[in-house]
Ligand binder design. Structure first.
Ligand SMILES: Nc1ncnc2c1ncn2[C@@H]1O[C@H](COP(=O)(O)OP(=O)(O)OP(=O)(O)O)[C@@H](O)[C@H]1O
Ligand SMILES: [Mg+2]
Length: 328
């Protein structure tokens, strides 16, 4: 399933996504971790040295090869140059599986060994000052959107994305591409205002949203979140000495995480597993088409010089009739 962590800057998106990833990996489940935040911190949070994290290949830099691979021999997409971030898959397109080897992973994913288990990590690449607010920024996140639209993932396989919150993630259709979005909120007015903003925008797109309180210190914090978030509040992660140890440069093993916090990770997994069962492939593909047509109209057609609506096969549904295991 496809899971995103969003939230206000500093709320704990990276901390909780890294912990969730470690929790899944410790259970022996296949995980593809994706760092799509403006602040690229997921690698270090998974234990990579700064040097190794900085050396991760960037999805943005490999966009042409990614497009070439995904296009396959789809007759509706004449060239990789004509493919934009929202170009949906169709007959002949190549799809990605979580557990397989393919040229996209060879170029862009790197294995990360954890204290229990291991995962594959992909990163959009660092955002520079010039990237923010302009096309380059969106093309980096656009690579993730393309991958998600071409990913066949099953109920026992996880893609976990550390995302950015707020208007940046609404600028593309990326925020609609997940089975479940965890919004990390500190028990503060700013924390819950990001939640309200996200919820309002997400409502129109059927985004499945769950709030995870973080740095919750006692009954007052809990009451505040319950009052402000209501039934969307799904779990609360406490202020954690284990996370502080990590911050100090220790490498605490996952099994030493405070039991109530470990329990929260298990609850997140339950929510994720449930969300997968609720997925509607037809709606997912229709929404991809909707975003593509919208992008085509607003800038894609002009940029590419052709009518990109022709790339759409209206009958194509991701996951319908395609084997989830590579090579079958
Ligand atoms: N439950 C917790 N207990 C103690 N410290 C925490 C907890 N969650 C996060 N922190 C600390 O809060 C800080 C921000 O966390 P983190 O980097 O995960 O947030 P973020 O939302 O990813 O931030 P950014 O927007 O910068 O990417 C870090 O120093 C982290 O160690
Ligand atoms: Mg972060």
């Amino acid at each position: 399933m496809k899971i995103a962590f969003v939230g206000k800057g500093g709320s704990g998106k990276t901390t909780l996504s890294a912990l969730f990833i470690r929790h899944l990996a410790a259970a022996g489940l296949p995980v593809l971790a994706v760092d799509a935040d403006i602040n690229q911190h997921l690698g270090p949070a998974l234990g990579l040295t700064d040097e190794r994290a900085a050396a991760l290949p960037s999805l943005g830099a490999h966009l042409p090869e990614i497009k070439e691979y995904l296009r396959g021999n789809n007759p509706l997409i004449r060239s990789a140059e004509e493919m934009i971030k929202t170009t949906p898959p169709g007959p002949g397109s190549r799809l990605l599986r979580i557990v397989e080897e393919n040229p996209v992973y060879a170029a862009c994913a790197r294995p990360v060994a954890l204290d229990e288990g291991s995962v594959r990590l992909m990163a959009t690449g660092a955002f520079t000052e010039e990237d923010l607010g302009v096309a380059c920024y969106h093309s980096k996140v656009g690579a993730v959107e393309l991958l998600l639209n071409h990913l066949l993932d099953g109920p026992d396989e996880y893609l976990v994305t550390d995302m950015t919150a707020g208007s940046d993630s609404f600028a593309s259709g990326l925020f609609t591409r997940f089975d479940l979005t965890f919004l990390v909120a500190e028990p503060t007015r700013k924390g819950v205002s990001v939640y309200r903003q996200y919820k309002e925008y997400a409502q129109d797109f059927d985004v499945h949203l769950r709030v995870v309180g973080n740095k919750v210190q006692g009954p007052d914090d809990l009451d505040f979140l319950r009052r402000e978030v209501g039934e969307d509040l799904y779990a609360c992660f406490g202020q954690s000495g284990w996370v502080r140890r990590l911050e100090r440069g220790d490498e605490p093993p996952l099994r030493e995480l405070e039991p109530p916090n470990r329990e929260v990770l298990a609850r997140l997994q339950t929510a994720a597993d449930t969300a997968h069962g609720l997925r509607d492939p037809r709606r997912y593909s229709a929404q991809a088409v909707r975003f593509h047509l919208r992008n085509a109209e607003s800038w894609g057609n002009a940029k590419v010089g052709t009518d990109l609506a022709g790339q759409v096969d209206p009958d194509y549904v991701l996951g319908a009739g395609q084997p989830r295991t590579a090579g079958v």
